[in-house]
Design a protein around this ligand. Structure first.
Ligand code: GLC
Length: 775
């Protein structure tokens, strides 16, 4: 979008224009022009141009100007250039070196001092560690089949969170430049971070908040929130390259239902198309897609189809003809304006220019006509870095529409996937305005969460790849993309039983829960590895289905606040230095901690439990946190823990989310001094929640030596679920319960091992529960 910020300070350095804006009291934007003057002020990342602004006091000194707002004191000088920003508590939150800019052959290089023991998080699919300090990265989305940490990935986002362990609040940086960007995070000189934009203006956003969580909220406000997703996208999803013909798809669906393994979604990979032409169907393999989709839907399956950007050059192919007629439809060769050609699955292709709104419109229409109208439920955008077969990048300098600015592709390379997802999303909403769109994409950039969820691309069926993916998920979440996941079991290569089981054990806790595998590899369905692995897969998928109400509340929270669904522990425990670099265990929402087993043959693992009390999920053992401990982790029981005080809403297992809404909601209460939890209910599919057709209930309470109190708030909102009763399961191995009263009336309870259970009628009013413990 075009931004309308007014600079509070301007200057020139070595023939380059410079400007500072203060979009809010806690956000600073610095621009440095690549040429003499600034390029027009457009951003692909920013989705919100209604800035609050702020009052500024300006003192112009001889070599520095000081700008003061309520929260910040900004000193900026130009000879040589330096920038120093302190907060109202006097903490220096951002500082360049004494000569903070270099204009080099590689582009504009900005040099910032690294703080003492600084940790750096985020950046999307970058690197193999949660903390990126000491690494260097190139940002240039690409398709590298090796999918290893030192190769470039599909979605690299120059948004980073910087934190020092001295209690100074964290700061975030975003280099708003969609061309090639290079970061050196202290890899050469540990005291400096160098950020280089090879092309285009250097536009740096600096965000100041009090915590990582607030930075992520601020980032979501700037770049857009993820949509509340359709509830079926939280279910288990099965994919393979490819299930075809239609008979095979039906067999897979049937297997899920007869084996009683819950599944919501089946994917169709590229072989459903006619010669890989997008928006077509293969007439022999899928002679009647409408009927297939209808029948699957009757069995409770949604179908998501892949769509690649490359449009086959074929005069007899309607999509090609129409787009060719549209003019400016494809990416052009800069020198002669001819459409660029490269090979992808269909052979020689042109590549739609999704920065052109007319192309997005047409794309959306085809998506609707050939996919959505036939009953396809969601769209899977792939190969959109874009991936090419003949070259790593376009063979010739290319140009794109780009808000009518006609810029070089290389200056906006990073947003190809973002704009393709935008086309898909806009098309979906136009076709089905009452529904919640479900778009999944491989490539993206800053802001992708507002259009699409993401999966981390072509991983491998190896232990190393599995561990790498866990880290990618967390770094994506820390770059503002909460709805993310990797292909469970690994894409490339043959998976084996133990790896599949271990991957399922934590994969079901990912926001996006899909098994996928490459053509030519062995079968990779939950039942492909024998009975015992099938039992583990079923048990884990069932656990996900049971946890749906908790997960859904996490998704809604993510959509409203930008908070990750899978979060590194540092999000919740920033003051605990033990978690600052911890990337091999994660939280699901605020209350569930998962420590996956990441090595073959390991039947136990070392886990760090943050300060506080935790419950072992499988045994209900009560554990003191703030320490490391080795836990047994036999297959089928990965280390999972619940925070004391959590109230986790759960459902009975369903085979898919379209089965009738359960009449019973469980509340798993893990006693702690303060209780907390919540439930958000709506129809799971439409936009009606925007008009208040939803229902929110919060769970609060406390516990002392004598009593536990639990309050269920009166439902807020118009939605009425099918629930007619609550069943509370109090996990308390060491306390004997004397009585349970609900709204003053005694209710019978039962104890089974460590769990005390009772039921209460749904009231549509507040419920107050008192549990008296035996003295
Ligand atoms: C790409 C995708 C993969 C897909 C394959 C065939 O490699 O990343 O998921 O199966 O293309 O479409």
């Amino acid at each position: 979008m075009q931004l309308s910020l007014t600079p509070v300070w301007t200057s020139r350095v070595q023939d380059h224009a410079m400007a500072l804006d203060l979009p809010t009291d806690r956000i600073v934007r610095l621009r440095i022009s690549a040429g003499d003057e600034f390029a027009p002020d457009y951003s692909y990342a920013i989705a919100n141009d209604s800035w609050l602004g702020t009052d500024v006091e300006k003192e112009e000194g001889e070599d520095v100007t000081v700008l003061k707002t309520e929260s910040l004191a900004i000193e900026v000088g130009t000879e040589p250039f330096r920038l120093r920003i302190a907060d109202q508590d006097g903490h220096v939150r951002f500082e360049t070196t004494d000569d903070g800019i270099e204009f080099t052959k590689e582009g504009i290089c900005f040099i910032r001092s690294i703080g003492n023991a600084e940790r750096i998080y985020g950046m999307g699919e970058q690197g193999e560690t949660l903390d990126k300090i000491g690494h260097s990265f190139r940002f240039w989305n690409s398709d590298h089949s090796h999918h290893v940490p030192n190769r470039r990935q599909y979605c690299e986002i120059p948004f980073s969170i910087h934190m020092t362990p001295d209690g100074v609040p964290p700061t975030a940086l975003f280099l708003d430049n969609p061309g090639e960007v290079n970061y050196d995070l202290g890899s050469n000189d540990p005291s400096v971070m160098r950020m280089t934009a090879r092309t285009g203006d250097f536009v740096l956003w600096i965000l100041f908040e009090d915590s990582i969580k607030e930075l992520l909220s601020s980032w979501a406000r700037m770049t857009g929130h993820m949509e509340r997703p359709p509830v079926w996208s939280l279910g288990f999803q099965q994919c393979r390259w490819s299930y075809f013909p239609d008979k095979r798809v039906r067999e897979i669906a049937e297997e899920f239902r007869t084996r009683r393994i819950p599944c919501d979604v089946i994917y169709l990979d590229i072989d459903y198309m006619r010669g890989y032409r997008v928006f077509t169907w293969h007439s022999k393999r899928f002679p009647d897609p409408d009927k297939l989709l209808r029948d699957l839907r009757d069995q409770g399956f949604r179908v998501v189809t892949i769509v690649d950007p490359g449009v086959k050059i074929d005069e007899k192919y309607e999509v090609f003809q129409e787009l060719s007629k549209a003019g400016e439809a494809f990416i052009k060769r800069e020198k002669d304006g001819e459409y660029l050609v490269d090979r992808v699955w269909p052979g020689k292709c042109h590549f739609p220019d999704f920065t052109n709104p007319e192309v997005r419109l047409l794309w959306g229409e085809y998506q609707n006509r050939e996919l959505l109208e036939r009953g396809v439920a969601g769209v899977w955008n792939d190969m959109n870095e874009p991936a090419l077969f003949d070259h790593q990048d376009f063979a010739h300098p290319a140009s794109q529409h780009d808000f009518g600015l006609n810029r070089r592709h290389e200056e906006i390379h990073q947003i190809y996937g973002l704009t393709m997802a935008q086309a898909s999303y806009e098309g979906f909403l136009k076709a089905r305005p009452q529904e919640r769109p479900l778009i999944i994409t491989r490539s993206g950039w800053a802001g992708i969460q507002r259009y699409s969820m993401m999966w981390t691309g072509d991983n491998h069926s190896t232990w190393q790849s599995m561990a790498f993916c866990l880290q990618l998920n967390l770094s994506m979440a820390m770059a503002g993309v909460p709805f993310v996941g990797c292909d469970i079991g690994g894409f490339g290569g043959d998976c084996e039983a133990e790896l599949f089981a271990r991957w399922m054990e934590w994969g079901v806790f990912q926001p996006f829960c899909r098994v996928h595998s490459c053509r030519g590899t062995r079968d990779q369905e939950p039942w492909s590895f024998g009975g015992s692995v099938e039992r583990i897969a079923r048990q884990m998928i069932e656990l996900r289905m049971r946890l749906l109400p908790y997960l859904y509340a996490c998704f809604v929270h993510a959509a409203e606040t930008g908070q990750p669904i899978n979060r590194p522990l540092v999000c919740e425990y920033p003051n605990d230095a033990a978690v600052h670099r911890l990337g091999d265990q994660f939280l699901v929402g605020p209350d569930i901690l998962v420590a996956p087993v990441l090595f073959p043959g390991h039947d136990r693992r070392l886990v760090y439990l943050p300060p506080g009390v935790w419950y072992h999920f499988w045994s209900d053992q009560r554990l003191e946190g703030g320490r490391w401990e080795i836990f047994e982790a036999p297959l089928s029981q990965p280390p999972v823990f619940v925070r004391a005080g959590a109230v986790i809403p759960m459902h009975p297992v369903r085979q898919h989310t379209g089965e009738p809404e359960p009449r019973e909601t469980y509340l798993d209460v893990y006693p702690g001094t303060q209780l907390r939890g919540g439930l958000v209910e709506d129809d799971g599919l439409t936009q009606a929640w925007r008009n208040g057709i939803e229902s929110r209930i919060t769970f609060t309470g406390w516990q002392d030596d004598l009593e536990l109190r639990l309050y269920l708030s009166e439902p807020d909102g118009e939605y009425r679920s099918a629930r007619d009763r609550w069943t509370v399961r109090l996990h308390t191995e060491h306390r004997s319960v004397a009585s349970v009263t609900c709204n003053g009336v005694k209710v019978p309870f039962e104890r089974d091992g460590s769990v005390v259970t009772w039921s209460m009628d749904e009231e549509r009013a507040a419920i107050e529960v008192s549990v008296a413990f035996q003295r």
